[in-house]
Design a protein around this ligand. Structure first.
Ligand SMILES: [Zn+2]
Length: 242
């Protein structure tokens, strides 16, 4: 994809007045951008499709008094097939909510933008299971936010964890504990899951293809990520259960 200074993804849209929408966009170079899409709800508006959730496009803005208005948009991708699968749509919407919760205005969000773009593309256009996609997204999302989970050494005694030994995830500490240091409230993680998380953090989504669902502890990682947010993600309620 050709990325420019104007490229962004629509994370949220809300009706405004009769025909407008307020959009929240994620820009790789400008971070979170809140902008008005004037007239976009009129059937023949050139901004109609570009103001939908998930829309990836090049957006031009006009700023006045600290308020941004979109002057034109050229649509690159709609991720339209996501709408055909309720579970995948729920996961996609949840990813948008997570990005909205972490991106700040004026911040460089290149890594987060690429993570979102790649995950949405796989969710929409590949047959890859959504559980490992979501689990991998959550691991990298935490790492980008500066809270990379500690998976190689015990969070308490610091010893290196062997591949097959029993380990326990601590949501508050954000890492694994060895059997000797385990505390109440920590979640037992299967050796295969610990191995998968280490691999998924090291490598990109292309290596997660064909991961059996049970290896990717996405519910655990959701808990880890969501306890660190200052708000709840509305789409979380739509997410399919285990
Ligand atoms: Zn230990």
């Amino acid at each position: 994809m050709r990325q420019t200074d104007h490229t962004a993804i629509v994370l949220r849209n809300a009706p405004y007045k009769d025909n407008d929408r307020m959009l929240t966009l994620l820009s790789p170079t400008k971070g979170r951008v809140d902008a008005l899409a004037r007239g976009c709800r009129k059937p023949r508006s050139p901004l109609l499709n570009a103001s939908e959730l998930f829309a990836l496009g090049d957006f031009d803005f006009y700023e006045r008094g600290g308020r941004m208005t979109i002057t034109s948009a050229s649509l690159i991708e709609t991720f339209y097939p996501l709408r055909a699968d309720f579970d995948r749509l729920a996961v996609g919407t949840y990813l948008l909510g997570l990005c909205e919760a972490s991106a700040q205005p004026g911040q460089n969000c290149q890594e987060l933008f690429m993570l979102l773009l790649h995950t949405l593309s796989r969710l929409t256009f590949s047959a890859q299971e959504w559980k490992p996609l979501l689990a991998g997204f959550l691991l990298h999302y935490a790492a980008i936010d500066g809270v990379k989970p500690r998976l190689n050494h015990c969070i308490t005694c610091g010893k290196r964890l062997a591949e097959e030994e029993p380990v326990y995830f601590d949501l508050n500490e954000g890492g694994l504990s060895c059997h000797g240091c385990r505390q109440p409230g920590q979640t037992a993680v299967a050796a295969a899951q610990a191995k998968w998380m280490r691999m998924a953090l090291r490598s990109g989504a292309s290596s997660w293809v064909n991961t059996p669902d049970c290896y990717a502890p996405y519910t655990l990682l959701r808990g880890f990520v969501e306890t660190r947010l200052d708000r709840s993600i509305r789409a979380a309620a739509m997410l399919p259960k285990d």
